[in-house]
Design a protein around this ligand. Structure first.
Ligand SMILES: O=C(O)CCC(=O)C(=O)O
Ligand SMILES: [Fe+2]
Length: 329
């Protein structure tokens, strides 16, 4: 029988030269250029040689699976996201989305902790709500977050090199990155009702997403340039990375933030863990590349916190019948 090997659908970038002190300038530059092409052409790529230990990755996936398989509804309710009007921050904690057309899922969202003295009740500025079980979910996640924050900054460094801009234009705005770690569970077909599992089509709104998933295939779809949805399956040892809207704006749309969605039809629970690497809460994000006339306009740009509040306050998860979304829900 003729065996046809499936070519990967996205470019695979080996990032290891950027993490090794002994790598040559030339090898770093080559990686930066590969990354740059992937960001310009697709907006999605596989990242290997990222330096995150496989045991840490396995523990993250095992803990998330344990949470979704064993938590009771009471445990979930205890950490549910609360609206501002109910004293919550509208962002941190557990939520379930039941969208009959675009799919259902459950998630727990954690964000960069905020200064305890900050008394403002703005969207996103509450306390993280860590599940009680599994007991080590918080400690393992904190180790993971620290390493992903470092990786995020190194990828920004590579992008700055390829773009030919001063690296501090990026790094000064991500040194307190307002990251969001999200654990997601998509029910298997057997236990699901009434909606199928998934997430409606959207672009992510931040800088860069590092997506870790279990080995389930045929779940994540990315919109190709030709307008077809293509399956993006997990590749061993790689993150699936994608550009968010803020980085697209930051690079004057040289880098693409590409539509994607999840449509999960297999029988078993699928776990995915996006890490959204985003700018500092107060960072002002203005294009780092000149406009068509070769200039910059002082009026251009947006403060990250404004973008965040606009994106997260969009009430898709409260209204399953809202049609269009540009948020990550
Ligand atoms: O679960 C996935 O594969 C992707 C999730 C996603 O796109 C998101 O949470 O923004
Ligand atoms: Fe997404």
């Amino acid at each position: 029988m003729l065996h046809v090997a499936m070519a990967p659908t996205l470019p695979i970038i080996d990032f290891s030269p950027f993490l090794s002190a002994s790598a040559s300038e030339e090898s770093r530059f080559n990686v930066a250029k590969e990354l740059d092409s992937a960001c310009r052409e697709v907006g999605f790529f596989y990242l290997k040689g990222h330096g995150i230990p496989s045991e840490l990755i396995a523990s993250m996936l095992a803990n998330a699976r344990d949470f979704f398989e064993t938590s009771t509804q009471d445990e979930k309710d205890a950490i549910a996201i609360k609206n501002i009007s109910d004293g919550g921050d509208n962002a941190r904690g557990w939520l379930r989305v039941d969208n009959p057309e675009k799919g259902s899922h459950e998630a727990v969202d954690f964000y960069r902790p905020v200064d305890k003295h900050d008394k403002s009740h703005t969207t996103g500025l509450g306390e993280n709500k860590w599940p009680m079980t599994p007991a080590n979910l918080r400690a393992v996640s904190e180790t993971y977050i620290e390493q992903l924050e470092h990786l995020g900054r190194e990828v920004m460094r590579a992008m700055a090199l390829a773009l030919g801009i001063d690296v501090s234009l990026f790094l000064d705005r991500v040194d307190k990155a307002f990251w969001n770690l999200r654990i997601l569970g998509y029910e298997g077909r057997k236990s699901r009702s009434p909606a199928p599992a998934g997430i409606g089509e959207h672009t992510d709104f931040g800088i860069l997403t590092f997506l870790l998933t279990d080995s389930t295939k045929n779940s994540l779809q990315v919109l190709s340039k030709s307008g077809d949805w293509i399956w993006v399956d997990p590749v061993d040892g790689c993150f699936v990375c994608n550009i968010g809207d803020m980085l697209a704006e930051w690079t004057r749309n040289a880098y693409k933030s590409t539509m994607h969605r999840v449509w999960h039809t297999s029988d078993s629970l699928r776990i995915s863990i996006p890490f959204f690497f985003d700018p500092n809460w107060d960072a002002f994000i203005a294009p780092v590349l000149p406009d068509a006339k070769g200039g910059f306009n002082a009026e251009e740009g947006i403060r990250y916190k404004d973008k965040f509040v606009q994106s997260v306050d969009y009430p898709l998860w409260r209204d399953p019948l809202v049609e269009e979304s540009t948020t990550q829900w």
